[in-house]
Write a protein that binds this ligand. Structure first.
Ligand SMILES: O=C(O)c1ccccc1NCC(=O)[C@H](O)[C@H](O)COP(=O)(O)O
Length: 217
């Protein structure tokens, strides 16, 4: 079965074009001001118009309030809202209903209990995105996009979903085939692993990642 690929944290037309030309299925725009990948609404509008009809557009937010979500949804009409903060199952359901947009809920993983924690999102989330939980001593850690992997074998634990999930956290062209083989992920998501510096996407790394993920299984 083919694996879908999301390239997250695109901030420029050149990087977006590189992802689209390499065949990305989903593209992510980060709306989180402390991130080096944050985009303004104006930039997001331009990038979304460029991506429309070529890849599904994901608006990544962190504990965003309704006013912020409304501005984002009105600006870019995303195919998905990615909730990458501490959003509860109730909040995820509320976002999906209020903004008529399916939600990808990020669940941050360090141990098997974290994997089981995804169960609480039941049918509130359209997709669960398993991402690495940053170590507590990582002072500069963002809520995601830290380029850190977690133990993929934890996904074999009871409670891990059989379908409808995405895998992220420190994926690269070098490790993505192994990650897919271990977890059976139908969708993989990358940001840091296709960058030359935080927030700076590299077209060659994007192509290498997509080729490696397509060749997996
Ligand atoms: O990328 C960010 O800067 C970011 C900021 C706040 C919350 C989430 C963020 N990124 C999440 C992602 O880009 C991906 O969904 C995923 O975590 C992959 O990240 P990486 O480990 O860098 O490949």
């Amino acid at each position: 079965m083919a694996v879908d690929i999301k390239i997250c944290g695109l901030t420029s037309a050149a990087a977006l074009d590189a992802a689209l030309e390499a065949g990305a299925d989903l593209v992510g725009l980060v709306f989180y001001p402390p991130s080096p990948r944050h985009v303004s609404l104006d930039t997001a509008r331009e990038l979304a118009a460029r991506a429309k009809g070529r890849a599904r557009i994901v608006a990544l937010t962190v504990d965003a309030d309704d006013a912020t979500l409304r501005e984002i949804v009105e600006a870019i009409r995303p195919d998905f809202i990615q909730a990458h903060g501490h959003e509860s199952p109730e909040r995820v359901r509320e976002i999906a209903e209020r903004f008529a947009t399916p939600v990808i809920k990020a669940v941050k993983v360090r141990d098997a209990g974290d994997v089981r924690g995804a169960e609480a999102y039941g049918d509130a989330a359209a997709l669960i995105l398993y991402d690495a939980k940053a170590p507590e001593n990582l002072a500069e850690a963002l809520p995601g996009g830290n380029g850190i992997t977690f133990d993929w074998h934890l996904m074999e634990a009871d409670g891990a979903p059989r379908a409808g999930f995405m895998l992220s956290g420190g994926l690269t062209a070098e490790n993505v085939a192994r990650a897919i083989a271990v977890t059976g992920a139908p969708i993989v998501d990358v940001s840091s692993g296709v960058e030359s510096a935080p927030g700076v996407k590299d077209a060659r790394l994007i192509r290498k990642f997509i080729e490696a993920a397509r060749a997996a299984r």
